[in-house]
Design a protein around this ligand. Structure first.
Ligand SMILES: Nc1ncnc2c1ncn2[C@@H]1O[C@H](COP(=O)(O)OP(=O)(O)OP(=O)(O)O)[C@@H](O)[C@H]1O
Ligand SMILES: Nc1nc2c(c(=O)[nH]1)N=C(CO)CN2
Length: 175
């Protein structure tokens, strides 16, 4: 399995530093990192705003579950703590596996709760679609279609309008 789109987000502590931690932990499999967006909290509005970005990653040796394990390693490195009472609550670092393609370029589809692919809520999240679109203008979310069309959906208009580019923040790894 070779290619993955990963979404990274943080709304606690030094948010930009946590995103940089994710890029550093992912290491050599990172191919492209999007710009950073300031985004209003989605799903649980009583929490601080997030910084969000998207990473395009590739590793010929990685199976789908390896991407989830790497995502969890990133979260652990940023001291992520889970609050079972708040499904979409605040966190130092969230790394979601948005989509994976196999070595032949076919999207991996899975309804396994441990790793559902594509991510079941990605098509509803401007904070995933917009930075991904910046990296891949012709990108498509498997099973849902072109990113540009998904972002133009009326349901996302408010979220798209409310997110702000943060060109002052770079996720270049310093290691
Ligand atoms: N594509 C996926 N990416 C990340 N986690 C996934 C995926 N599919 C299933 N999971 C499972 O989801 C569970 C909850 O993950 P997590 O705590 O990161 O969710 P969340 O970030 O609060 O919500 P969301 O997944 O909607 O962003 C994990 O135990 C993980 O195994
Ligand atoms: N803006 C924004 N909102 C969220 C985010 C996120 O990364 N960005 N992650 C969440 C975890 O499920 C819940 N809500």
């Amino acid at each position: 399995m070779s290619r993955a789109v990963l979404a990274i987000g943080s709304n606690l502590g030094d948010r930009a530093a946590h995103l940089r931690t994710a890029v550093a932990v992912l290491g050599r499999c990172v191919r492209h990192v999007s710009g950073v967006y300031e985004t209003p909290p989605w799903g649980d509005t009583e929490q601080p705003s997030y910084l969000n970005a998207v990473v395009l990653a590739a590793d010929p040796a990685a199976a789908p579950r390896d991407w989830l394990e790497r995502a969890r390693a990133c979260e652990a490195a940023a001291g992520r703590e889970r609050d079972p009472a708040r499904r979409f609550g605040p966190r130092t670092l969230d790394v979601d596996v948005i989509a994976v393609w196999d070595a032949d370029g076919r999207p991996v589809v899975s309804d396994d709760p441990y790793l559902t692919l594509p991510h079941p809520r990605a098509h509803l999240r401007a904070f995933v679609l917009r930075p991904w679109l910046d990296l891949e203008a012709d990108g498509e979310l498997p099973g849902h279609g072109p990113l540009a069309a998904l972002l133009n959906a009326p349901e996302l208009a408010g979220d798209v309008a409310a997110m702000t580019p943060r060109p002052d923040l770079s996720l270049e790894s310093t290691t």
